[in-house]
Design a binder for this molecule. Structure first.
Ligand SMILES: Nc1nc2c(ncn2[C@@H]2O[C@H](COP(=O)(O)OP(=O)(O)OP(=O)(O)O)[C@@H](O)[C@H]2O)c(=O)[nH]1
Length: 459
């Protein structure tokens, strides 16, 4: 049995997948294909006990097979191969406890037969029937060695065939009498066990049953005994027919269970996929495809706590489009949306490293979060942003520069237990205010003088 960790989509994203999620959102590329490749799929959430392996058959295909009733007990090739790999370990595991039960039944049976045997027959009888125990015990032992696993069906089939042959032969070598009746009961035991208890698929069980009968016929002749056909038809042939019916029904039931497990697995995967998609969408800004405020808040806290633990500096930039109201008023909201999309793409192009995040903060405001970044690198990034925006050259009908620009407020901090991410945000906001006041199309860093001015204002 494959034990799966019981992880829900939400915990996966929040714990191990948060980074993958972040990058997908930032790139604005969340769609079902990406979500399929997220950690959830590789982890597999299904816990159906004996798990159906990776399900690459479509739901329709499985339903079609299920509806076809598969009277021939055979699926289309690929599905059949998958069924075999699903079925074999289950049958093998069952055999671990079924083999000793067979041995126990055998002991009970022979203890009854021994009491009824004529005195001079014991050695002859045990010399033949004793091998049944050896064969069953041998198969049982083999089932514990994984090197034989791939041959499981075959060594059990051959073992069953030999046991049937020996059971038939031994019933014929004993002189007619009371003990013969129990020996024929032994044949019936053997037939029922191989058809319905050992765990063989229908065709193999049929092969073992009838080929075993042929072997019994040959052994009887080799041992110079007579076949009592009338009695054999009532025991061997009768139980063979009954056993075949049972084996057929069991094989079909096993196959039906497999198909239903496939469908259930598919339903679970679809549910997880949908949950992932919804979760992704709930963290994405619909207009720009960047992370939205919700995801930004989570990531800011996440990165803040990490920076606090590792005592690394964290950079936060608030970027605000200049004179955007004028742009909107002159060109309309649709053009305004298009402009915000382009600005969003540009901002995203700077958040490349793992953990870096570009988000839409609201309206025409964006945020860039840079973990493990020092002030001098932050300055280069801010400068780069301004330059790329100039190069983008989106015409602004009413702007000072004839093209759309933005202003940037930057704050840099190494977190301490006394400070918070909100403080960092407020500082970036204060720096942005200064950039606007100083003429826009520029960046400003939060400085000591701003801190003092803020303190004075607060007083
Ligand atoms: N097209 C569009 N406009 C938006 C959206 N969100 C906010 N806005 C507009 O953005 C404008 C923001 O205007 P203001 O806050 O006055 O800022 P501004 O005109 O850029 O002035 P400064 O920031 O001082 O340079 C408003 O006209 C909003 O209607 C949006 O999703 N799409």
């Amino acid at each position: 049995m494959v034990n799966q960790e019981d992880l829900t989509p939400i915990t996966i994203i929040k714990e191990s997948g948060i980074r993958a999620m972040n990058n997908d959102i930032v790139s604005g590329d969340i769609d079902s294909t990406d979500i399929n490749s997220m950690p959830l799929r590789s982890m597999g959430v299904l816990n159906l006990g004996d798990r159906v392996e990776e399900n690459d058959h479509s739901e329709e295909e499985i339903r079609a097979v299920l509806n076809s009733k598969f009277w021939s007990l055979r699926f289309p090739k690929a599905l059949e191969a998958k069924y075999r790999t699903y079925y074999r370990p289950r049958a093998l595991k069952s055999f671990h406890f079924r083999a000793p039960i067979i041995l126990l039944l055998y002991v009970i049976l022979i203890s009854g037969i021994i009491k009824l045997l004529p005195d001079n027959s014991f050695l002859r009888w045990i010399n033949i029937y004793g091998w049944v125990a050896v064969v069953v015990a041998g198969a049982w032992v083999m089932s514990y060695f994984s090197i034989f696993d791939r041959w499981f069906e075959w060594y059990v089939t051959i073992g069953c065939l030999i046991c049937v042959g020996l059971s038939v032969a031994v019933a014929n070598v004993i002189a007619p009498g009371v003990s013969t009746i129990l020996s024929h009961a032994g044949i019936m035991y053997a037939m029922i066990l191989i058809y319905s208890f050992v765990g063989l698929r229908f065709p193999l069980a049929v092969f073992a049953g009838w080929a075993g009968g042929v072997l019994g016929f040959i052994l009887t002749h080799q041992l110079h005994a007579e076949m009592d056909w009338q009695l054999l038809h009532r025991t061997y042939t009768g139980t063979s027919i009954l056993g075949m019916c049972m084996a057929y029904a069991l094989d079909r039931q096993e196959r039906t269970n497999f198909l239903q497990a496939c469908l259930l697995q598919q339903a679970v995967i679809n549910g997880e996929r949908l949950a992932n998609q919804l979760d992704g969408l709930s963290r994405q800004d619909a207009l720009t495809g960047l992370a939205n405020r919700r995801h930004l808040d989570e990531m800011m806290n996440h990165e803040w706590n990490r920076a606090l633990r590792q005592q690394q500096s964290l950079v936060l930039m608030i970027i605000d489009v200049d004179y955007f109201k004028h742009y909107n008023d002159k060109l309309g909201h649709v053009a305004g949306d298009e402009c915000l999309r382009k600005v969003g793409q540009l901002i995203h192009s700077l958040a490349k490293r793992s953990g870096e995040l570009a988000a839409r903060y609201g309206g025409e405001e964006f945020v860039l979060l840079f973990p493990s970044m020092e002030g001098d690198v932050a300055e280069q990034q801010a400068q780069r942003l301004i330059e790329r925006m100039t190069a983008l050259s989106i015409p602004h009908p009413d702007g000072e520069n004839q093209h759309v620009t933005f202003s940037i407020g930057v704050s840099v901090a190494v977190p301490t237990p006394e400070t918070s991410i909100d403080q960092l945000l407020r500082q970036a906001d204060a720096a942005l205010y200064k950039a606007k006041a100083n003429g826009r199309n520029r960046y400003e860093f939060f400085s000591e003088s701003m801190r003092k001015a803020a303190a004075v204002e607060e007083c």
